[in-house]
Design a protein. Structure first.
Ligand SMILES: [Zn+2]
Length: 309
């Protein structure tokens, strides 16, 4: 597991700086406990099993009535959040987002436990598991495989908002994405495919992909680049002569937010066939955009080379 982080400590202990709140997606305490008991992953979790056979685990499990169980020491290395396990204490809550929403008693128990942990350790962040991708690129982020990401929904915005308002006196740090970028770019990458021609159809079951599907991508930012400064094959480019300024990895929902100095740039998307761009200005610059002092430029990236208009 440590090889994912490029770290080789003497002992499997962590330096707690963060608390990550989860739900188990399992409705009962007994079944939740059994899921964490084995040290090896069950065969059902193929995606994360490829990364390591170590089972998921956390020090704390909170039942639906608020009773709390400690499964292991706080500082023992546990696997529960990609990229951040080396600094994160996990709290699991028995429940899910559908038939067993987290309870008031669990909210209270999380608050109590977090207050105790904040007193004991130098905790700066309390986050929901679904928020972890905001730490990609943050100094605490240690995952070396950019494609090893899973989409998480636990424990949801509502629970985290309520928990944060209960803990507002603790002066915890805000999430990095909201906090760190004051000037640069932000937006979302979407994938368009198939027939996007406007059609009149009586068959309302035929849903068109006009909104696009959010996709996880790597964006390359270059100094403003003219079409003549690269080799072009339809909407794909290579051998770009200008300087690459940044490489931006989106989250799994295609969202990105990134700091850049004021200036003019070109944006290209890494695709298997090459670097993709489909917007040009009147002068022939490739996907040009500008960043202005103290502001964030919104950019929507449409990948549509498999779409028909
Ligand atoms: Zn989780």
């Amino acid at each position: 597991m440590w090889d994912h982080y490029g770290m080789m400590p003497d002992k499997p202990v962590i330096d707690p700086q963060m608390i990550v709140v989860h739900w188990t997606a399992i409705p009962t305490l007994q079944a939740s406990y059994e899921a964490f008991y084995d040290s090896r992953l069950p065969g059902s979790r193929a995606k994360i099993g490829n990364a390591s056979p170590l089972n998921v685990s956390v020090p704390y499990l909170i039942d639906r009535d608020g009773s709390m169980y400690q499964l292991m020491p706080d500082t023992l290395f546990a696997r529960h959040v990609i990229g951040l396990n080396h600094c994160a204490i996990g709290i699991e809550n028995v429940g899910d987002g559908k038939n067993h929403p987290l309870t008031e008693a669990q909210l209270e128990a999380n608050e109590k436990l977090i207050r105790r942990l904040v007193k004991k350790y130098d905790i700066r962040y309390v986050i929901g598991h679904h928020e972890y991708q905001q730490f990609i690129g943050h100094p605490l982020w240690k995952e070396k495989d950019a494609n090893y990401l899973t989409e998480k929904t636990d424990p949801g915005d509502e629970f985290m908002q309520r928990l944060r308002s209960q803990l507002s006196d603790l002066d915890l740090a805000p999430l990095p994405i909201e906090d760190s970028v004051k000037q640069g770019i932000a937006g979302q990458v979407r994938w368009y495919e198939g027939n996007l021609m406007p059609t009149v159809s009586e068959d309302t079951t035929e849903v068109q992909n006009t909104q696009g599907k959010p996709v996880h991508r790597t964006l390359l930012i270059y100094e403003l680049t003219h079409q003549d400064q690269a080799k072009q094959m339809s909407h794909f480019f290579q051998d770009i002569k200008t300087k690459q300024v940044a490489k931006v990895v989106t989250d799994l929902s295609g969202r990105f937010k990134f700091s850049l100095p004021a200036g003019r740039y070109s944006l290209l998307v890494e695709e298997e066939r090459g670097l993709f761009a489909n917007q040009f200005d009147g002068e022939g610059n490739i996907f040009p955009f500008a960043v202005y002092t103290d502001s964030i430029t919104q950019i929507d990236v449409r990948i549509d080379y498999k779409a028909v208009y």
